[in-house]
Design a protein around this ligand. Structure first.
Ligand SMILES: [Zn+2]
Length: 262
């Protein structure tokens, strides 16, 4: 096996999560939250390739966490978790997560939360498509019910996935508050967790989230969470494909996968 990141000198800060080795020490210092987006094969022409994980790599990441003693934590009691806890989050509600992710999650006894753009259920990631990205389906209401029935949670990712800090306070409040009501009405369960689209937040937006009755909000700021941190600016690590030059077990694993596909 190639040397892992852990055995190499820390040349640069690790931002993306592709395996546990470089994070072992960090994850002992607080509550880790991972961000996932899309699972399964990448469609032709995708721009943000790293945000697709193969089901095989996703399953391998979960198995590694389970074998290291990690269990699902919950956002509900995020600041009072004992033992090795980790929270798995999915942004954007993509259908491919339901198709590719539910089985590996069940096999490794992990739960996850999907942050849904409430107005776009059954549609696509049109906020990305406007920037030239390939359309990717978002779960419709029936599929969200399937996700919930599989033991997973949902949270709000606004109505339409805007940059919240660029909106008027009234529009921002609408995106934050009406999305919660819409999801609660549709699925008949409390929606208490929020996630800022693009990780775009400021103190005014954060206060609107608190006023709208959410218990937590996830950012895209990188880091580990301490119990004394604000619940409305939780930090996460984005899980993604290892970069090609990462000489680690994970690089080896993905190259082996690419070879198999040939
Ligand atoms: Zn998003």
């Amino acid at each position: 096996m190639e040397p892992t990141e852990e055995t190499k000198p820390a040349a640069r800060p690790v931002v993306y999560y592709s395996g546990l080795a470089p994070f072992r020490e960090t994850f002992q210092r607080g509550l880790p939250i991972l961000t996932y987006h899309k699972l399964g094969p990448r469609p032709r022409g995708v721009r943000l390739k790293g945000l697709y994980l193969s089901a095989r790599l996703f399953a391998r990441q979960l198995a590694e966490l389970r074998e290291a003693g990690f269990q699902s934590g919950s956002l509900e009691n995020w600041n009072a978790q004992a033992g090795r806890r980790i929270i798995l989050t999915f942004d954007d509600g993509h259908t491919n997560v339901l198709e590719e992710g539910v089985e590996p999650l069940a096999q490794n006894r992990f739960r996850a939360i999907q942050f849904l753009p409430a107005e776009l259920l059954g549609k696509t990631n049109q906020w990305d498509v406007a920037q030239g990205e390939v359309p990717e389906p978002i779960m419709d209401a029936a599929q969200v019910r399937e996700w919930i029935a599989s033991g997973h949670e949902i949270g709000s990712h606004t109505l339409t996935h805007p940059f919240l800090t660029r909106l008027t306070p009234d529009r921002a409040r609408e995106e934050i508050s009406a999305s919660r009501k819409k999801l609660e009405d549709l699925f008949g369960r409390p929606v208490e967790h929020f996630c800022y689209p693009y990780g775009d937040w400021n103190p005014a937006v954060r206060d609107l989230v608190g006023e709208s009755g959410y218990k937590t909000a996830c950012t895209t700021d990188t880091g580990i969470n301490q119990a004394t941190d604000s619940p409305y600016s939780l930090k996460r690590f984005t899980a993604r494909y290892p970069t090609r030059n990462l000489k680690s077990f994970w690089g080896w694993l993905s190259s082996r996968r690419r070879e198999k596909k040939k």
